[in-house]
Design a protein around this ligand. Structure first.
Ligand code: ASP
Length: 410
């Protein structure tokens, strides 16, 4: 049986067991002794690989681009694509929430309290991008800093050429070792997905979902539209790939994102699928995907867009055109600043709400259903990065004429 099938079965069984155990007293011991450990073993195994994979793949990806012009072009295209798709995601989210008005109902802010850590200012995140100590950045898992350092090292290797052939070879071999370990981690995926999904569904009160039904469904609808229409169109027109094939081949990574709720933890798998199944060259995948898993979060932006309009409707505030533009801008920045780990998107929502003077306590209302939405939006987040990798690699094809600089590692 193929691994994808096994993962899907694990996921299906997880949903079933979660639904059965939901609200039952036996849920606690079963989740503590069986389901949680299954999920944690898998997540830890895969998290163990994240920092080394980001470092090695970015060094290798950038080192494969010997022409500095190409590096500039790739960076421009990637960042441009990220910004455009995140804005489209927000427009979809805000339009749907404005039309379907999820916040008009019997909601009250009375007793609502939200005490999250406050969102770090995005300017600080951007200014901090240069690590004063790269090893420290790796130890702390500060991804933007790790990315910055790795791209520089890769660039140096590319410029120094034959002189650093030995290090390049070493990095290539390290990459093989890591990919082998990803393969091992994936053997655990069906069991991990089962445990993680059963816990997420079993621990979620049905009441919370019913109370927030309209908001919940709207976020799902916006995510679905963005996934199938925006990415589908981008992949078909710019990437010249059948969108159904794209989603089918990339689906194992989506399942891992869905069960882990973490773009970072999914990165090893999503890169593996993009390179082996979607035929994205390593130099493109190794550059676009680690960057995307850290700064490109369309699914998160969608949740923030719907939540902001929902909360505005609930308190009777009117969002005019200028407020909507502010929401698009701050939610785009928030999605750049959101770390690819579970539950950060909802903390960053406070930044968006504050920018248009909406009450941050209202987050307490949407928090109840956030676990399930986090799973779904993370799957969209990483699919957006893979779609970008497909589009960028297609657009780079016409530049590959006499150079075979990036085909070494394909
Ligand atoms: N869990 C999301 C991710 O890792 C981030 C978030 O929206 O909380 O992509």
């Amino acid at each position: 049986m193929s691994l994808t099938k096994k993962i899907l079965i694990g996921m299906g069984l997880g949903i079933l067991v979660g639904l059965i155990l939901n609200g039952m007293p036996i849920y606690e011991p079963i989740s503590a002794y069986i389901l949680n450990p299954l999920g944690t073993i898998f997540i830890n195994f895969i998290k163990m690989l994240v920092v080394p994979i980001v470092v090695i793949s970015l060094i290798l990806g950038t080192a494969g681009i010997s022409d500095p012009k190409k590096l500039g072009r790739l960076t421009g295209k990637t960042i441009g694509y990220f910004l455009v798709t995140t804005s489209v995601a927000l427009i979809i989210a805000i339009s749907l929430a404005t039309v379907f008005k999820p916040g008009i109902g019997d909601y009250s802010l009375e007793g609502a309290e939200f005490e999250g850590e406050s969102a770090p200012p995005v300017v600080d995140t951007l200014l901090n991008i240069i690590p004063t100590n790269p090893l420290n950045a790796m130890v702390e898992g500060n991804m933007l800093q790790v990315i910055f350092f790795s791209i520089l090292v890769g660039y140096a290797l590319a410029r120094l050429g034959d002189k650093t052939e030995g290090i390049k070879k070493l990095v290539e071999q390290a990459n093989d070792v890591l990919m082998f370990l990803v393969g091992l981690a994936m053997k655990l995926a069906p069991y991990g997905a089962f445990g993680l999904i059963a816990v997420a569904i079993g621990g979620q009160g049905y009441d919370a979902i019913l109370a927030m039904g309209k908001y919940f469904l709207l976020v799902l609808l916006a995510l679905g539209i963005h996934l199938f229409v925006t990415y589908g169109t981008a992949v078909a027109t710019l990437g010249k790939m059948n969108p159904i094939t794209f989603i089918k081949k990339f689906s194992p990574a989506m399942v891992v994102a869905f069960s882990t709720s973490s773009s970072s933890a999914t990165l090893p798998v999503s890169m593996d699928k993009a390179q082996k199944e979607l035929n994205v060259p390593k130099s493109v995948s190794g550059f676009v995907q680690p960057l995307g898993a850290t700064i490109n979060m369309d699914g998160t932006a969608i949740m923030q867009g719907v939540a902001t309009v929902f909360i505005a409707q609930l308190v009777g505030a009117n969002l005019g055109v200028s407020e909507i533009l502010i929401v698009v801008l701050t939610a785009t920045l928030a999605s750049i600043g959101t770390a690819g780990v579970p539950g950060v998107g909802i903390i960053m929502l406070s930044m968006v709400l504050t920018s248009v003077n909406l009450p941050v306590e209202a987050i307490a209302l949407v928090l109840g259903v956030d676990r399930l939405l986090d799973m779904t939006r993370t799957a969209v987040n990483i699919t957006g990065d893979a779609a970008c990798a497909v589009v960028v690699s297609k657009s780079e094809e016409k530049h590959v004429t006499t150079h075979h600089d990036d085909t070494v590692s394909v």
